[in-house]
Design a protein around this ligand. Structure first.
Ligand code: TYD
Ligand code: MG
Length: 444
């Protein structure tokens, strides 16, 4: 029987099979199988000659120090681990309108300004549209050479001819290889586009930044293989309507994945927010339900405001809304409050959010969330003094647990005039004690 020319591949994990499946046997996702063209199989009986290679002790491996290229955007450089590494592939994902094109265009503008050879490949917008954006970003961005092209072969040929130090592909989902059958953005296409760009990046030493779309669930669209292929995956987050944006590394072969960059979208593009803590503390309300959290974003302490609202519910089960914090974490904190502090919110709607649209994903946020919830439930005014501030993890038995970098969190709080920070320590080991401490501070 002739071999069928098509096969089916999962658009989430890249698993392929000759048959269509409703549920991917590879990753268990539903409705992710799409039809694809099979690539030519090697001729039967053709044998490649192979030879053994001699292993080398790691100590003898020569590793040249990589000279990184600073993008002139400090927050971005930090997340990248100190700048762009020549020959590396960076994938930056984020929802539409978050500012991916703005950030990458500004970065190229700065690189061009410092004498680097750059290239912006726009597949989504026309050159005129990109120019309009660059006009807002300033004269450096206007220096960036652009090609508006979606044909992968032309893009590769252009990179080989222009030999840029850094190149932005906006976006990886719109490029297509005419030799493959799938439409642009299909599993096969995205994999091929990224694979060929990687080869040219490594050969020419070009740092390639791939802009990627995200799905409704927030994952980068296209097969997971894309994330395995690239050296660095950055996620651009924030709410479109809000001005604060954060960039964090989900994967980084050349740096830490803990770093976060904070930006603000202004009329003149994305502006770095270097003193994010100062902004967030100044904006903190002193109303019940507001607590300043001394968080760590990677190696950097960051003060953010946790806000909670507790209101009588008309629904069963009542609403549990978490913005910027994990929903399961909120459920756990509510359970600990109910069990160990007698604060039962089973008949109330509960909303918790981190002001400014920042996401905090660390257990150190627990205590501040618990205090905000308790404050919101009691409706106690915090007075005109310092806003309450806290950090620490909550254990299931109502105990407070130490979190990393307590000294740096406290130092950051002191820097902004917050001297009464509730945190786990010798005098404070339970949630109950922390709640009493918070009340005492309010009364003072
Ligand atoms: P954009 O970079 O086009 O987003 P993406 O490429 O991620 O889809 O930026 C989108 C938004 O940013 C757009 O709604 C307009 C706004 N914006 C500003 O507020 N100021 C600016 O200087 C620029 C360039 C964009
Ligand atoms: Mg864009």
């Amino acid at each position: 029987m002739a071999r069928s020319n098509t096969l089916f591949a999962c658009s989430a994990c890249g698993h392929d099979s000759p048959k269509w499946h409703g549920r991917c046997p590879g990753c268990g996702e539903w409705n992710t199988f799409v039809e694809e063209q099979r690539s030519a199989a090697p001729a039967r009986g053709a044998r490649r000659s192979t030879r053994a290679v001699r292993p080398v002790p790691l100590a003898d491996v020569e590793a040249e120090a990589v000279a990184r290229m600073g993008t002139g955007i400090g927050e971005l450089d930090r997340v990248l681990g100190g700048g762009l590494v020549p020959g590396s592939l960076v994938l930056i994902g984020g929802s539409p309108g978050i500012g991916k094109s703005t950030l990458t265009c500004a970065a190229l503008g700065n690189l061009a300004g410092s004498g680097r050879n750059v290239l912006y490949v726009s597949g989504e917008e026309s050159a005129a549209q990109v120019k309009l954006r660059a006009e807002r970003l300033g004269p450096r961005a206007l220096q960036v050479p652009i090609v508006a092209e979606t044909d992968l072969d032309s893009v590769i040929a252009t990179i080989e001819q222009e030999r840029p130090d850094a190149c932005v592909i906006d976006s990886v989902q719109v490029l297509y290889d005419p030799a493959l059958s799938g439409s642009a953005g299909s599993v096969g296409q995205v994999r091929e586009v990224a694979g060929r760009l990687m080869r040219v990046a490594k050969e020419r030493g070009t740092a390639v930044i791939l802009v990627g779309h995200v799905t409704k669930e927030g994952a980068i669209a296209g097969p997971r293989v894309l994330e395995h292929l690239v050296d660095c995956v950055l996620s651009f987050e924030g709410e479109r309507e809000r001005s604060y944006r954060t960039v964090r590394a989900l994967k980084n072969r050349f740096g830490s994945t803990n770093e976060v960059g904070v930006f603000e979208m202004r009329d003149s593009g994305l502006v770095e927010v270097q003193d994010a803590s100062a902004r967030f503390v100044a904006e903190a309300t002193h109303a019940p339900g507001s607590v300043v959290l001394c968080a760590m974003e990677g190696s950097r302490p960051l003060l953010v405001e946790v806000q909670a609202l507790v209101a009588p519910s008309e629904l069963a089960p009542p609403r549990r809304v978490a913005n910027g914090v994990d929903r399961n974490r909120l459920a756990l904190i509510l359970a600990v409050l109910a069990r160990h502090s007698g604060l039962r919110l089973g008949a109330s709607d509960v909303f918790v959010s981190i002001a400014g649209g920042v996401r905090v994903e660390e257990p150190g946020a627990d205590l501040a969330i618990a205090l905000a919830l308790a404050g919101a439930a009691k409706g106690a005014e915090t007075g005109a003094g310092q806003p309450p501030a806290a950090f620490g993890e909550l254990g299931l038995t109502g105990e407070l647990r130490q979190v990393a970098h307590a000294d740096r969190r406290l130092a950051e709080a002191r820097k902004f005039g917050l001297t009464n920070v509730l945190h786990p320590g010798p005098g404070l080991s339970t949630l109950g004690a922390a709640l009493r401490g918070a009340r005492a501070l309010q009364a003072a």
